[in-house]
Design a protein around this ligand. Structure first.
Ligand code: FES
Ligand code: FE
Length: 449
């Protein structure tokens, strides 16, 4: 007879209720990051039902251009067809399932399987079979063996998303009020944003929620984890410097932090973008968006479940510029993720600015970036220290709870904020973290109804 220990309690409705009760108190169990049962439920209830970022339209310029991506464990082939449509297929041959296209990007007229040589056109149709009729006979209906499309593919301002649930709500409904904030960078200039270079990707031993939270609601970590920038004089020494601004909690687990400069700091408007672009901003944005953008230093946040965005002011005096990075935190297990990071910049920006901004991004973020290394080290340590016997006690009886209390009962929403969502007048609060987990719990509970 097997003996149940206090550590292997099943993940059930009762436990979910207890987690919700803890969350209401600003607490969450430490084992949420590493528990394999939770990870399985996340794959089924979250990643199979929500919108995931696949890429940007500017990555697919000509018919035949393609990129290969992942929706967690589903390989995706994203193609521009001869009619200019963007299609997404499961990147797996319909004959015996091998990975059809293994290159990161390129241009092709047909995709030929490396296993037995079946060929598919840009619309996913099976157009060639090795030895054709001789082995399958005349009666084989090639239509039946076309590539399998990703059930839903929709775009917003050039951003392409896929959803594995054919009955999911529309992308626009899912993004909801996040659009108001995204438009500040996606719509501000004529022609919108374009991707420069190819996305960088690398593996980190952490959990996807850890990184989602970090970008979604953790400006509090900045003065400590990135202390070296303070020591070098790049960042202010005021420990509150990344608190100034607003943290906004939105529906569906999305969240945004809109930072402004420390009091007394003299930074240029519109994130240091050149003056010749200001009239575009004024034409393309609403008054509320323009007011926010005028004072903003950093817009950083997360789109549930695994996309984050970061739009900072960057550089040193006289050479300030701004760009956008998009991040996908692709889970590879409860303790491992593959990070994908895109660099985007206004299509209408001068070439010199684009190049300088790209260099600034590369030196700060990605595998070669100084700030990235700070964060990576810490994210890894969170998981490392959260899977021991004490941390994984599911009876919530040890003191193994994370503190998500910052701002609770202390900070009230700011009713004068011009944007949608619930906006708090500081970024050193945990409202975004709790918002992420409220929606996370809602989706996990669906399976248990
Ligand atoms: Fe692709 Fe056989 S697996 S042709
Ligand atoms: Fe950081």
């Amino acid at each position: 007879m097997s003996v149940k220990t206090r550590f292997d309690r099943a993940f059930d409705r009762e436990l979910l209720k207890e987690i919700q009760e803890k969350l209401d108190q600003g607490l969450l169990p430490q084992w949420l990051q590493t528990d394999p049962d939770i990870y399985e439920m996340e794959l089924n209830n979250i990643f199979s039902r929500t919108w995931q970022f696949l890429g940007h339209e500017s990555e697919l310029k000509q018919p035949g251009d393609y990129v290969t991506r992942w929706m967690v464990n589903d390989p995706v082939l994203l193609v521009k067809t001869n009619t200019g449509e963007i299609k997404a297929f499961l990147n797996s041959c319909t004959h015996r399932g091998t990975h059809l296209c293994t290159a990161d990007f390129g241009n092709k007229k047909t995709f030929t399987c490396p296993f037995h040589g079946w060929s598919f056109n840009l619309d996913g149709k099976l157009i060639g079979i090795v030895a054709g009729n001789k082995v399958y006979g005349e009666a084989m209906d090639k239509e039946e063996w076309a590539l399998r499309p990703i059930p839903r593919v929709e775009t917003y301002q050039g951003l392409i998303f896929g959803n594995l649930d054919p009955n999911a709500m529309s992308l626009e409904e899912y993004l909801g009020d996040l659009i108001w904030y995204w438009d500040i960078f996606l719509k501000r200039s004529d022609g919108g944003m374009e991707v420069r270079g190819t996305p960088q990707r690398w593996i980190v031993n952490t959990n996807w929620k850890c990184t989602l939270e970090n970008f979604g609601g953790d400006p509090y970590h900045v003065p400590t984890v990135h202390k070296s920038t303070v020591e070098l004089g790049i960042s202010p020494s005021d420990p509150l410097y990344s608190s100034y601004g607003h943290q906004v909690v939105l529906k569906h687990g999305h969240c945004v932090n809109v930072n402004v400069a420390s009091p007394g700091a003299n930074l240029p408007p519109y994130q240091g973008m050149p003056e010749e672009m200001w009239s575009m901003f004024e034409r393309n944005l609403s008054k509320g968006q323009l007011d926010v953008f005028y004072k903003t230093t950093v817009i950083v946040g997360s789109c549930f479940p695994n996309l984050s965005f970061h739009c900072p002011i960057h550089g040193s005096e006289g050479h300030l510029h701004n760009y956008l990075t998009l991040r996908v935190w692709r889970p590879l297990g409860p303790e491992k993720i593959e990070i994908w990071s895109w660099f985007l910049i206004d299509k209408a920006a001068p070439e010199e600015l684009k190049e300088n901004a790209y260099k600034g991004y590369i030196s700060s973020f990605g595998p070669s970036g100084t700030l990235e290394m700070d964060d990576t080290e810490i994210w890894t340590r969170v998981v490392q220290a959260s899977k021991g016997t004490m941390a994984r006690d599911k009876y919530l009886s040890y003191n193994n709870l994370y503190n998500y209390m910052m701002g609770m009962g202390k900070v009230e929403p700011d009713s004068s904020w011009p944007g949608p969502g619930t906006a708090y007048p500081t970024c050193y609060v945990d409202f975004a973290f709790r918002g992420i987990h409220e929606y996370w719990l809602e989706l996990l509970a669906k399976d248990m109804e």
